[in-house]
Design a protein around this ligand. Structure first.
Ligand code: TZP
Ligand code: MG
Length: 215
């Protein structure tokens, strides 16, 4: 296996759906299936926070969602839990600044996709130099989903990285909705990552479709 090429990851980042069981108002498997029907382009399993599953229950849910993703040709990324990502042979892992050093993770995962959340130009430069395949930037807009989220920056950092010549694939995250998604891509992101805009929608398939249609 070789590292994913940047064209492929750029395309995959367009509509990035992230979910854990505590973000869902119904069975997470159904949520993911309907989101896939609506056209999401990549998926992240993010089982953390209040009432998050642990141990065997977490593993089982991840495995079932991974199977749904596989059947539908959707990349399956695991948030934070490198052991789980390796055990499941996931397509990739997404880490933050508080996780293990990026180069250690790259060493452990080989050519799997590596996404890194960054909050400044310096963090972005370091992540790119250490082997990140894409960067997550946020929160772009106010969000209630991540309690320890950093300050809202709008699209400022996306524009800064692009203006300074960084070409690495970027996805924006935090408070993104069908109404504001376009502004994130216009600022230079390759796509938008959302939790609530899809997982809490009355019609999940339509929410994913509308998001895709608006970027
Ligand atoms: N990282 C920065 S903001 C955020 C994460 C995981 C939460 C995004 O959730 P929502 O519901 O799309 O605002
Ligand atoms: Mg983390």
């Amino acid at each position: 296996m070789a590292r994913i090429d940047s064209k492929k990851i750029r395309d995959a980042l367009k509509v990035y759906f992230i979910v854990g069981s505590n973000n869902c108002l119904k069975n997470p498997l159904e949520v993911v299936e309907e989101a896939i029907e609506g056209g999401i382009t990549i998926f992240q399993f993010r089982e953390k926070g209040e009432k998050a599953l642990i141990g065997q229950e977490k593993y089982q849910l991840a495995k079932e969602i991974q199977q749904v993703c596989k059947t539908n040709g959707i990349l399956f990324i695991v948030n934070d839990d490198i052991e789980l990502a390796i055990e499941l042979d996931a397509d990739g892992i997404h880490i933050g600044q508080d996780d293990e050093p990026i180069e250690n993770i790259r060493e452990k995962i080989g050519d799997k996709i590596l996404g890194v959340s960054v909050h400044s130009y310096d963090e972005a430069q370091l992540a790119a130099a250490c082997g990140a395949d894409y960067l997550g930037l946020g929160p772009i807009f106010p969000t209630k989903t991540k309690k320890d989220a950093k300050e809202v920056r709008g699209t400022t950092l996306i524009k800064e990285l692009r203006t300074k010549g960084m070409d690495i694939p970027i996805v924006g995250i935090g408070g993104i909705t069908v109404e504001n998604a376009r502004s994130v891509v216009d600022a230079g992101a390759d796509g938008v990552a959302v939790i609530t805009a899809i997982s809490h929608a009355a019609n999940i398939k339509e929410a994913a479709q509308n998001l895709k249609g608006n970027i």
